[in-house]
Design a protein around this ligand. Sequence first.
Ligand SMILES: [Zn+2]
Length: 181
Amino acid sequence: MATNRTIGPTTYAAGTVPNGYVCTKCEAAGVKLWREYQTAYTELYCAACAPRRKGSEGAEIDEKGYLVDEDGCRTDQIGPWLVPAVPLAEGDGYWGYTSVPKDGVVWWKALPTYGDAHLQAVRDAGLAEGADEATRGRALRAAEELGRRRMARLSPEELQQELGALERLMAQLDGARTPRV
Ligand SMILES: [Zn+2]
């Protein structure tokens, strides 16, 4: 039986999600979610759990929330009936697919598509013995995204330290290359 999921009010402030904005399947929070089209009381799916249409089962969803479907079209509609779940500001429902206000669109797109744990699993799968090319490709993209997130989380001081360490390393390498007299 469908239940009315109260998801809580939102201000669409970057990176904040209302309390109940959680994947129904895996309970992932803080990531983009999709909902069933034209259903008021609904299941929520994260990118990892969203059922796919036949022919695009393996399609990756990018950081903006798009995938390239089986017809070659770039779309934020997943499977035959899932659309981005953008909560109403009051938190008692969702904007219709074509009526989401601009701040809601910006908020949704800025949420990470996959959580760190999922990206780490994808990265590790690519390192496994005998991983095929597609798996290694996905792993590389996951590793790049994890790296970007790590850099984005550093404070200006930490970033300065990282750069300082890099400079020292470069100087060391340079010293090792130049013959000493
Ligand atoms: Zn999920």
